[in-house]
Design a protein around this ligand. Structure first.
Ligand SMILES: CC(C)(COP(=O)(O)OP(=O)(O)OC[C@H]1O[C@@H](n2cnc3c(N)ncnc32)[C@H](O)[C@@H]1OP(=O)(O)O)[C@@H](O)C(=O)NCCC(=O)NCCS
Length: 246
């Protein structure tokens, strides 16, 4: 009876996963459920995870990890059987997604390829992120440690997030930092995280102005016989146009 209950629960969860793919993947418009179930790697990974997780919870040794390892070979998606995942997770494309042992994912979350929900070191216990409902995590984003990503947050592609993320915010960059909260641009003296200063460019700028000063002094001492001053080209401006647009 317990086996039947587990089977019914897994079937229900997989059905929700397929619906999530159909709703949230633009490439799935007009595609039937059977086609999604049989050809979407994110769905295969979740189906295998849900079976492995149920077996793990039932105390089955070895097999859950074998399922996880085989699925990683097949899909490029690695989900630890002990991770906790809610309903309606959508993993788009999938390759390179890693979901660690103590990760906790709420309902209706979207992950793109290359997302890591990982630990920061060799700590034991809860060491992977908690991701609340309706969160979207862009491709290549790394979320590390036992942080909490608040409900409805968006994590930009390639961000590295090591601190808690407020609900309904947009977090980008490395280190990840909020640029929007509740749809509004983050205000404050240190709020401009997009146009960060470039310490190497600043050091070169300081050196070139010293060289100009020295050349001037030499020219004065040589009483006009010295070579003309070298051209100093300006370094790129720190606050240039944003290549991401917006
Ligand atoms: C972060 C994201 C979700 C956009 O969220 P949003 O709330 O609509 O935010 P905006 O587009 O208004 O961007 C907010 C600011 O962050 C910047 N930004 C957006 N995405 C960024 C990223 N990945 N890295 C760095 N900065 C980024 C924008 O330039 C903007 O800067 P500004 O305030 O100077 O104008 C989106 O840019 C993103 O990265 N999506 C992931 C998509 C993805 O992985 N697709 C893979 C498909 S295969």
């Amino acid at each position: 009876m317990a086996g039947f209950d587990a089977f019914a629960r897994v079937a229900k969860e997989v059905r929700r996963d397929v619906l999530a793919a159909r709703d949230r993947d633009p490439a799935a418009r007009g595609v039937g459920r059977i086609e999604i179930l049989t050809t979407w790697p994110g769905i295969h990974a979740l189906l295998a995870y849900r079976v492995a997780h149920a077996l793990q919870q039932a105390g089955m040794p070895l097999l859950p990890r074998l399922i996880s390892m085989f699925t990683r070979t097949l899909t490029g998606i690695e989900i630890h059987p002990s991770a906790r995942i809610g309903e309606g997770l959508f993993i788009d494309h999938g390759t390179g997604v890693v979901i660690g042992e103590t990760a906790d994912i709420g309902n209706d979350v979207t992950l793109y390829q290359g997302v890591t929900l990982g630990g920061t070191g060799f700590a034991t216990g809860k060491r992977h992120p908690t991701v609340q409902d309706n969160v979207t995590i862009g491709s290549g984003a790394k979320l590390l440690g036992p942080i909490t990503v608040g409900h409805g947050a968006k994590i930009g592609a390639n961000s590295v997030v090591i601190t808690d993320v407020p609900p309904n915010s947009t977090v980008v960059g490395n280190p990840g930092h909020p640029v929007r909260v509740d749809g509004r641009r983050v205000e404050g003296p240190d709020a401009d995280w997009i146009h960060l200063p470039d310490p190497i460019a600043e050091a070169i700028q300081a050196l070139s102005s010293r060289i100009v000063t020295l050349e001037r002094m030499l020219a004065e001492q040589a009483d006009g016989d010295a070579q003309p001053l070298a051209e100093v080209r300006p370094l790129r401006t720190v606050k240039g146009p944003n290549p991401a647009g917006g």
